[in-house]
Design a protein around this ligand. Structure first.
Ligand code: DAH
Length: 330
């Protein structure tokens, strides 16, 4: 009966072993045939014969069970191997990404001024009082400092509240003429529907020999730029005040939501304020040692542009990192 054990051991798969089970233990199997021989065994030998067969059956069953367990374990391992998921493997389905609306808007603004030959300048996010305020004609205790809720480090350093200090860095570093924009993050202690502690601005500065840069230049560049950004809108310059420019203006476009009719977004004025600008104040040139020059400057908030262009009602949603916001721009 040794060959019965070998039959079991030789099976190489669960299926093959199942066939062996039928062959040995089945109703018409080898063991059944052996048991059938009982009939022809002499009575005095029947007991021993039955005992022998039952023992054999038990041992075979044991061998079979162990073999089956081994084969099943092997089959499971093979299945796991073949179905293994390599999580480090790149997905073959390409998911479409999207630029964040603020960066997309920033890129559009930058593209426009780069096409007009403006250089891109950068400055540090952590500033000192001189660059952020003093040199921009904002002396200590000047009430206009209250316009900007500043984060101070307590050691004289601060987080820049606007991109205007890049004007100062650039002018201290190079001689006129200057034709630059400075895109970047700025920080203020503010948090509501239209304010976040961090947001982005694009600053611009043009400086040339005295008399070569006028308010008319500023007006034409900004009017063209706003048409490029917002399409066929009316543009108006409203007298205003900034310490670093004189004269200064705030620039409005006709409301893109109601086309000037008056609605909630434009506070029923028909106009949307979009940027600040002016001719560079002589005190600013004085602070950087420039003489016999004139220039214009302007600064705008990128988030405000993005909100208007994409009709985003709550500024804070731009910074919550909710992927569902980005998916709308894919
Ligand atoms: N720095 C101003 C602000 O953050 C914006 C600004 C206004 C910049 C007028 C300028 C300018 O360069 O001429 O509110």
């Amino acid at each position: 009966m040794q060959e019965l054990y070998e039959k079991i051991e030789r099976a190489e798969s669960v299926e093959a072993l199942e066939a062996v089970r039928v062959e040995i233990f089945g109703k018409k199997g080898i063991l059944a045939a052996e048991f059938a021989k009982m009939k022809s065994v002499p009575p005095e030998e029947k007991k021993a014969f039955a005992q022998g067969l039952n023992e054999l059956k038990t041992k075979l069953q044991h061998t079979f069970d162990e073999k089956m367990a081994t084969l099943k374990r092997k089959a499971l391992e093979e299945k796991m191997q073949s179905e293994a998921l390599d999580v480090a493997l790149y997905d073959t389905i390409a998911h479409k990404g999207a630029l964040h609306p603020v960066m997309e808007t920033m890129d559009r603004i930058i593209d426009y001024f780069v096409s007009l030959n403006f250089a891109i300048e950068e400055g540090p996010l952590v500033e000192d009082d001189f660059h952020n305020f003093e040199a921009l004609n904002l002396p200590k205790y000047h009430p206009a400092r209250d316009m900007q809720d500043t984060f101070y480090f307590g050691d004289g350093r601060l987080l820049r509240t606007h991109t205007s200090p890049v004007q100062i860095h650039t002018m201290l570093r190079q001689k006129p003429p200057i034709r630059m924009i400075a895109p970047g993050a700025v920080f203020r202690r503010d948090y509501d529907l239209t304010h976040t502690p961090m947001f982005h601005q694009v600053e611009a500065l043009v400086v040339d020999e005295e008399g070569k840069v006028s308010f008319a230049h500023l007006k034409s560049v900004l009017t063209d730029f706003l048409h490029y950004m917002f399409g066929d809108v009316a543009v108006r310059f409203r007298p205003s005040f900034f310490p670093f420019t004189e004269p200064s203006a705030e620039v409005d476009i006709s409301c893109i939501f109601c086309e000037g009719e008056g609605c909630r977004v434009c506070s029923h004025t028909g106009w949307l304020e979009v940027l600040g600008c002016g001719l560079v104040d002589p005190n600013v040139f004085h602070a950087v040692g420039y003489e016999n020059v004139s220039g214009y400057a302007f600064g705008l908030g990128v988030e405000r542009f993005a909100m208007l262009l994409h009709r985003i009602p709550d500024l804070r949603s731009l910074f919550e990192g909710d992927i569902r916001l980005l998916e709308q721009f894919a």
